[in-house]
Design a protein. Structure first.
Length: 251
């Protein structure tokens, strides 16, 4: 794959180039840029497959750069020191990122993912989704990208009834009764989905509090009945948390 590195720190570029040489020999670095102007010139003039893009740069960010490109057919791996909001937006858009200092295993995994990535059209849709989230400056009650085997579905979080863990997968049940299977653990979505709206009621379940119909007790065992009439178990360890959450929620 043909690669470009965009980072405002020369040392970071040198470090990433060295890691790519040692651990990702299938990548060919065509160019580097330390500022927005040169990055835009390179990305609009070269045919590339992948960009390692620093989020924070002088004057304009990596997100600004992408939003101003009229067209692109490359994959993007974002690189950042740490920005909680930006990383959450990236996850919502099902895009990949690396934290500085770059971990070798995470670098190799991100490159492998880029090699096996979906069509450019979907990738651009993901980036457009990310840019939209960042402009809105708010994630709650927005749309989340859910990557399944053959497509990426962009789903309003208000339409998620519940999430169910299935080994290393998570199954999303939507209000229209469709199911989406995602190859990520449920713990990632517990962190990602806003706790004002979602509740972890069981080791295997996260539910949308707005779509709970009732809390059912039978022989000291609790269940939640959802508005799609499905029944979700409440674990003993989560029982008090669920009851308090629902009381505070004023169902």
């Amino acid at each position: 794959m043909k690669v470009v590195i965009v980072d405002d720190e020369i040392n970071n570029i040198a470090n990433l180039k060295s890691l790519i040489k040692d651990y990702c020999p299938n990548l060919e670095i065509l160019g580097t840029a330390t500022d927005y102007k040169r990055a835009k010139a390179i990305l609009t003039s070269l045919q590339i497959d992948l960009v390692f893009l620093d989020i924070k740069m002088p004057n304009k960010s990596g997100f600004d750069l992408l939003s101003e490109l009229s067209s692109y057919n490359f994959q993007v791996i974002f690189v950042t020191a740490f920005d909680e909001f930006a990383i959450k937006a990236i996850k919502y858009s099902a895009l990949d990122y690396l934290l500085k200092p770059i971990n070798i295993e995470e670098l190799v995994a991100a490159v492998n993912k880029a090699e096996q990535s979906i069509a450019d059209k979907a990738n651009k849709q993901q980036i457009n989704h990310l840019v939209h989230l960042l402009r809105e400056k708010e994630i709650e009650h927005r749309i989340i990208a859910l990557p399944s085997i053959n497509e990426i579905r962009f789903v309003p979080i208000s339409e998620i009834v519940k999430c169910q863990s299935e080994n290393n997968y998570t199954i999303f049940f939507l209000t229209d009764r469709t199911k989406i299977v995602v190859s990520k653990g449920i713990y990632e979505y517990e962190e990602l989905l806003p706790n004002k709206t979602f509740l972890r009621c069981h080791q295997s379940f996260i539910v949308n509090k707005f779509l709970i119909k009732s809390l059912i007790k039978s022989d000291s065992i609790y269940h939640l009945k959802m508005k799609d009439d499905s029944i979700v178990p409440v674990s003993r360890s989560k029982k008090d948390l669920v009851k308090k959450s629902l009381q505070d929620f004023k169902l």
